[in-house]
Design a protein around this ligand. Structure first.
Ligand code: XIL
Length: 412
C-alpha cells in the first residue's frame, strides 16, 4: 500500500517537473524579429493597387474625442483665395466621424475611384447596344448625392487613363479575345464616352456642381515621353489631343478641362510641351488647367516643387494641386511614423502650403485650390506611409496643424 502511494507521488512529481520545464522553455523563446520590412517598390507608384479596404475602413470604435480646433482648412484657405478638397470614397460617407471632418474642412471633393472608366463603363450594356455605354452605378450616385446635399463642388476624375480602364473598350465587339479596333472606331467610342458622361451629369442634375474635370490622367512618363497604353496603341500619339477636343466640344463652359499627372516636378517641361500642343485650329487652348497630383515625400525638395508651379504659371493656365499627400521619407525608403518623422511631416505641410500661398500672393504662381487625397491615414491608398492629416484615432496630426498654417502646433 505504502509502496503504491509512494510511486503515485513520484509520478505526480515527475509530471509537475515536466510542466515547469516546458513553461520555462517557452519563456526562453527568441523574441519576434523587429527588423523593418525592406520596401520592395523601386518603380513608379502602383496606382492600380487596390487597398485592402475592409481591414481599416471603419473608424476605431473607442476613438478619443477629436481634439478641438477652430474652423477648418476651407476657412483658412478661403482667406487666401484657395479652395480645399478631399477625395471621397463610400467608406467616408457612412460614418458621422468622417463626415464631420469632411464638412468642417473641405468645400470640394473628387471621387477617389467612382468616376473612373472602370466604374462608369458598362460592359454588358455595351455588348447589348453594340456601342459604348456609360452608366453611373449606385456608389457613384450616392457619393455625388452626398456632395450635392452638402453643397460641395466636384472635380471630375477621370476620363482617359491607362489605369483602372477596362480592356474591353479597345477590342472588336467589346470582346478581348478578338482584335483591337482601328483608329476611327476608337475615336468614335472615345467621342461617345465623353459625350455621354457630360450628358448623364446633366440628366442627373449634377452638372452644376462640377467646376473641373481631369480629362486625361498620367499620360507622361518621368522622362517626358508618352506612356504606352491601349489609348495610344489604338488611336496614336494624338489621343490626348482628341480627348481634349471632344471634352471641349461636350463639356459646358463652366467646367475647366485639366491634364493631371504625378511626379509633376520631374516632368515639368514635358507637361508644358504637351499643354502647348492642345490647341484648336485658331490656336486657342482646348485645355484650361494643369493638375499637379502632389503625391510627395517628406524628403522631396519644396524648392523644386515651387519652381515647377512658377513655370506652369507662365503658361497662363489654371493650376491646382489635385491629390496632395506627403508620405514619410522617400519613395525607396519609407520612414516609420515616429514622433520626429511626424513632426517633419507637419513642418513640410506648413512650409509647402505657406510657400504656395506666398508665391500666389506675389503673383508668381496661380494655384487655385488644394485637394488632399483623403484626410485620415487609415483610409489612404498609401496608409503604410502615414501621409495624411488625421491619425488612427482621428486626432489631428502635426500635419493637420501644418496644413492649417498653425505653425505653433505643426511640429516646430
Ligand atoms: C488611387 C486610389 O486612391 C486607390 O484607391 C485606387 O486603388 C488606385 O487609385 N493617381 C490618381 C488617382 O490619379 O486616381 C489614384 O487613386 C492615385 C494616383
Amino acid at each position: 500500500m505504502m509502496k503504491t502511494r509512494l510511486s503515485r507521488l513520484l509520478s505526480i512529481f515527475i509530471v509537475l517537473l515536466l510542466l515547469v520545464s516546458v513553461v520555462a522553455c517557452s519563456n526562453d523563446k527568441e523574441p519576434e524579429p523587429t527588423v523593418e520590412p525592406t520596401p520592395t517598390e523601386t518603380a513608379e507608384p502602383k496606382e492600380t493597387e487596390k487597398p485592402k479596404e475592409e481591414e481599416t475602413l471603419a473608424p476605431t470604435e473607442d476613438v478619443d474625442p477629436i481634439v478641438e480646433y477652430e474652423g477648418g482648412l476651407k476657412d483658412v484657405y478661403e482667406d487666401h483665395g484657395l479652395i480645399a478638397g478631399t477625395c471621397l470614397a463610400p467608406a467616408m460617407i457612412g460614418s458621422e466621424k468622417y463626415t464631420s471632418i469632411i464638412l468642417e474642412n473641405f468645400n470640394t471633393i473628387t471621387l477617389e475611384n467612382h468616376m473612373k472608366p472602370e466604374a462608369i463603363l458598362d460592359h454588358k450594356a455595351s455588348i447589348e447596344a453594340g456601342e459604348i455605354i456609360v452608366k453611373f452605378p449606385k456608389d457613384t450616385i450616392d457619393l455625388l448625392d452626398f456632395a450635392k446635399e452638402n453643397n460641395l463642388s466636384v472635380r471630375g476624375h477621370t476620363i482617359v487613363w491607362h489605369s483602372q480602364t477596362p480592356d474591353w473598350i479597345f477590342f472588336e465587339d467589346f470582346d478581348t479575345t478578338k482584335g483591337k479596333v482601328d483608329k476611327d472606331t476608337m475615336l468614335d467610342r472615345m467621342e461617345k464616352y465623353i459625350k455621354r458622361t457630360f450628358e448623364i451629369l446633366k440628366e442627373l442634375d449634377y452638372i452644376d456642381m462640377f467646376y473641373a474635370y481631369d480629362v486625361v490622367n498620367e499620360a507622361l512618363l518621368d522622362n517626358g515621353s508618352l506612356r504606352d497604353s491601349h489609348w495610344k496603341s489604338t488611336i496614336g500619339d494624338d489621343y490626348i489631343w482628341y480627348a481634349f477636343y471632344y471634352a471641349d466640344k461636350y463639356a459646358p463652359d463652366h467646367i475647366k478641362l485639366y491634364y493631371n499627372d504625378f511626379n509633376e516636378q520631374f516632368k515639368t517641361q514635358a507637361y508644358i510641351k504637351l499643354a502647348k500642343s492642345l490647341v484648336d485650329d485658331d490656336g486657342e487652348f482646348l485645355i484650361d488647367g494643369l493638375g499637379c497630383q502632389g503625391h510627395l515625400y517628406t524628403k522631396d525638395s519644396i524648392d523644386s516643387y515651387i519652381s515647377m508651379l512658377k513655370s506652369f504659371a507662365e503658361l497662363g493656365l489654371d493650376v491646382q494641386i489635385t491629390e496632395l499627400d506627403i508620405s514619410l521619407g522617400t519613395w525607396q525608403q519609407i520612414l516609420k511614423a515616429t514622433d520626429d518623422n511626424l513632426k517633419d511631416q507637419g513642418k513640410y505641410y506648413y512650409e509647402l502650403i505657406s510657400r504656395i500661398i506666398a508665391e500666389n500672393e506675389a503673383g508668381n504662381t496661380n494655384v487655385s485650390g488644394i485637394t488632399f487625397w483623403g484626410f485620415a491615414d487609415q483610409l489612404s491608398w498609401r496608409r503604410d506611409r502615414s501621409p495624411l492629416l488625421f491619425d488612427a484615432k482621428l486626432n489631428p496630426k502635426y500635419s493637420y496643424h501644418g496644413a492649417m498654417l498653425n505653425k505653433d502646433h505643426a511640429g516646430y
